[in-house]
Design a protein around this ligand. Sequence first.
Ligand code: F6R
Length: 259
Amino acid sequence: MELVVKPDADAVGEVVADMIIALVARRPDAVIGLATGSTPLPTYRALAAAVGEGRASFADVRFVMLDEYVGLPEGHPESYRTVLEREALRPLGVTGDRLIGPTLSLPPEEIGPRYEERLAALGGVDLQLLGIGSDGHIGFNEPTSSLASRTRWKTLTQQTRDDNARFFDDPADVPRHVITQGLGTIGECGHAVLVATGAAKAEALTAAVEGPVSAACPASVLQFHPHVTVVADDAAAAGLQGLDYYRFTLANKPAWQPF
Ligand code: F6R
């Protein structure tokens, strides 16, 4: 894993945005996997600024969803499709039809396999943006998820429902079910970019990067991925035993180069 540590969430967002901009400059029709939640927002803001300044264009990019709530009415302000259209796509001048996600109208057992087929038809995901849950989840692969899991219907843990209650008027409104790309599915992306900011993520990030690969910390499966970049702020990186080593390594690299 490559680790990039920055002082704060905005600086993290700039680095991640630079990686995405470099990818799209190389491959204008790249397939980019988006995540929701608070962590990617500075990245989305930095991308929008780059578009505004004429430094990037996302006109030909195909975007895909990492996960989605099940059971919210279409167009609900907290459905992940709506959130991504509002926070990520519209500021980039991209319309919602370029965002590919699971078809929720299908019978539950068909949603995952059909979505996998669509991802495969796109030729796979070039870069997948990932946040990390305080319990170590990525996507909505909660602890005990199979490390080989595919896209499927899942039940959220109470901890994740509590974590996400801040987005809803009433905590009881947080859906209980989601569709999420599986850990095996995520593992097939070309470049996984795991972003973590804030002290609340320190324990999970340490387990993911330095702990044993285990379903107890689903993000730890990324240790098997051939191309992962972890971008964290100081607070989230604070628990990493190897931080001094990573800092030393980074300090002795020429400027960080996008892959
Ligand atoms: C969101 C997702 C989740 C979040 C994670 C962190 O699409 O898949 O895994 O990335 O719950 O959420 P935040 O960023 O809100 O702390």
